[in-house]
Design a protein around this ligand. Structure first.
Ligand code: SIN
Ligand code: FE2
Length: 230
């Protein structure tokens, strides 16, 4: 993807509030569809706030490997924050206001999470995004996510905002049928992908992760996926 590579290399304008990293200029967005965009490096200014918040919420709602209704144990470990959390077991996939492991509400969504999600959505053309669920996916080398649609949410009017941290990954972005051709989108620490509108229900997944340790997160990739679920 040449456009991804070139946008990574482009410099961004000055900002009084951000000293090390700026959000990319709007023209650095890579378009995956009419309503689907990669925002290279968009989350970098938020990383210092995100990482301790993820540690904190994982103490209250630990990462776990969920079982799918088909009996398959997911290679990706998951936790949630926000009013609703996505969970799965032999009975099906669903959103729940409480963590089934503890019976307690999921940790509240930290303010920088909400702000990042809202700003990324707005940059991609979806103003007013107010997520009530954030799935926190943790990948070790070899972990993968097979092609799926995000369709357990009540309202498909809101986009999905997906934030990549730590090790790089190859994101697969397909069509509206499982068998449709996919594009491979390399994602690195700080990248954000937003898909909504007519692209909201496109199939997507993540190829098995290579072991390419990251300076901040070691042999781990964290993905935050923001949704309006309820
Ligand atoms: C997801 O589809 O829920 C996660 C995608 C990713 O890890 O990049
Ligand atoms: Fe997904």
């Amino acid at each position: 993807m040449n456009s991804t590579t070139s946008s990574r290399n482009s410099s961004s304008g000055g900002s009084a509030t951000l000293s090390l990293f700026d959000a990319p200029p709007r023209e650095a967005l890579e378009r995956l569809g009419p309503g689907a965009f990669v925002l290279p490096g968009f989350a970098l200014p938020f990383v210092d706030a995100l990482l301790p918040a993820i540690e904190g919420l994982a103490e209250r709602a630990p990462f776990r490997h969920l079982v799918t209704p088909g009996g398959f144990t997911m290679s990706v470990a998951l936790t949630n924050c926000g009013a609703l959390g996505w969970t799965s077991d032999r009975r099906g996939y669903r959103y729940s206001a409480t963590d089934p492991d503890s019976g307690k509400p999921w940790p509240a969504m930290p303010e920088p999470f909400t702000r990042l999600a809202r700003e990324a959505a707005s940059t991609a053309g979806f103003d007013g995004f107010a997520p009530d669920a954030c799935l926190v996916n943790r990948y070790a080398p070899g972990a993968r996510l097979s092609l799926h649609q995000d369709k357990d949410e009540h309202d498909y009017g809101a986009p999905i905002v997906s934030v990549s941290l730590g090790m790089p990954a190859v994101f697969l972005f397909g069509g509206h049928a499982r068998g449709d051709k996919t594009v491979r989108v390399p994602l690195v620490h700080g990248d954000v992908v937003v898909w909504g509108g007519e692209d909201r229900l496109r199939y997507h997944g993540v190829l098995p992760l290579k072991d390419e340790p990251h300076p901040l997160l070691g042999a781990t990739r964290i993905n935050l996926t923001f949704r309006k679920a309820g």
